[in-house]
Design a protein around this ligand. Sequence first.
Ligand code: FES
Ligand code: FES
Length: 168
Amino acid sequence: MGRTVKLTVNGQEVSREVEPRLLLVHFIREDLNLTGTHIGCDTTSCGACTINMDGKAVKSCTIFAVQADGRSIETIEGMAQNGLHPLQEGFWEKHGLQCGYCTPGMIMCANAFLKENPQPTEEEIRWAISGNLCRCTGYVKIVEAIQYAANKIQAQAAQPSETKEVVA
Ligand code: FES
Ligand code: FES
């Protein structure tokens, strides 16, 4: 017997009937076709499935879709709304990925983290992503990418708001 879930996904209202046993990661990938959220393990250890739910980083393989009822979730597809997000830019500029399999989870983990800690130290970044595994990079470039994004977000926040055009 299905249950109806209503939630916001990347700013859009979504309503679907789901099996109560359906994991959120399968709902995101198969029902919503948002395949940027990856699956890398069946032991809750890799973090490839990380999304943001009500602003917090969540491993979407660890909860059921019905638990997201009434919540707001953001996936990697929601990040590049107006050009690349500073985190995406950081991973590009600092070569924070090789195969890219871990990257969406890393970015969503970092996205929630930087909202809580906008000016992190290297050590704090390493702690923040300690639940996300990368088999390729050795993490140094990922940490640099997140630091890049933190600096860019700070710089953007410090900019004066756009000067309004004065019509004579
Ligand atoms: Fe590995 Fe979710 S798929 S932690
Ligand atoms: Fe390949 Fe991280 S870039 S697993």
